[in-house]
Design a protein around this ligand. Structure first.
Ligand code: IPE
Ligand code: IPE
Ligand code: MG
Length: 249
């Protein structure tokens, strides 16, 4: 087995990694289990990847846990996912406290069931003073929803006369997104072999490196995560410039 962790350049660890945790249902189906078993197993992967981030010094980890579109799944599965969210938040609080992890959330949080929203609010409040890894859950989240809201807020400020149209720049847009207080992700990982963004952080991923793996989320290991980091570190991020410009001292 490759030891990917030792190959990581500690000085060039991405500060923000975003993950589309996909493949729970197919993982369960492949073993003849109900889809929800895949989601249960997926929580274990969340724990592993969170730990891996803390170990190598990633400062922000955004996990796509439930999309706006996921509300269209069968009610049984939606209900099970919401109660899994509540039980996992309860169970993980000691881990967050012991490991200096601050919990945050983005998305249409007011659309969550009340127990889920309350548990989330409590966990965020209990960890708000911590300054290790910031774990950001995207819940009832979609990027088009987020961008539409930002446009409305910006338009309202223009209408009220507190913002000039010509002053709308990238920074103004950023500050009206749910992610205003976080840097943009440098790396986005999606598991399960699907090669799409599925309405995740469209603005914020504008220049992220994208990494796709066939591995289903419940099987995604720490070493798989480290492999993604090494892959990211081996890329040349040019931001529109030429290789020669990047190589110049
Ligand atoms: C990702 O796994 C978790 C959520 C979307 C909540 P899926 O449930 O999408 O699993 P597949 O893609 O059907 O295998
Ligand atoms: C994206 O996965 C959403 C989450 C991981 C929470 P989906 O499985 O819902 O996405 P699609 O439907 O394959 O695009
Ligand atoms: Mg899926």
């Amino acid at each position: 087995m490759n030891d990917w962790k030792t190959q990581i350049d500690k000085n060039r660890v991405p500060s923000h990694v975003a993950v589309i945790m996909d493949g729970n249902g197919r993982w369960a189906k492949a073993q003849g289990l109900p889809r929800i078993n895949g989601h249960f197993q997926g929580v274990e992967t969340v724990r592993r990847v969170t730990e891996a981030c803390s170990e190598i010094g990633v400062k922000y980890l955004t996990l796509y846990a439930f999309s706006t579109e996921n509300w269209n799944r069968p009610k049984d599965e939606v209900d099970a996912l919401m109660s899994l969210m509540v039980s996992s938040l309860k169970a993980e609080l000691p881990t967050f406290l012991n490991n200096n992890i601050r919990l945050k959330a983005i998305g249409n949080l007011s659309s969550l069931p009340v127990e889920c929203k309350e548990e989330l609010d409590e966990t965020m409040a209990a960890t708000s003073h911590l300054n290790g890894l910031t774990l950001i859950l995207a819940l009832s989240y979609s990027s088009t929803w987020e961008i539409k809201n930002a446009i409305q807020q910006i338009a309202l400020k223009v209408k009220q006369g507190v913002l000039e149209v010509e002053d709308i720049d990238d920074q103004v847009v950023d500050s009206n997104l749910n992610t205003a207080e976080f840097p943009h992700p440098e790396l986005m990982i999606r598991t399960s072999g699907e090669v799409r963004i599925s309405n995740f952080l469209l603005w914020q991923l504008a220049y992220a490196e994208l990494y796709f793996t066939e591995t289903m989320w419940p099987d995604f290991s720490k070493e798989d995560f480290y492999q993604a980091i090494v892959n990211y570190q081996n890329r040349e991020r040019r931001f529109g410039k030429t290789s020669e410009q990047i190589d110049a001292p």
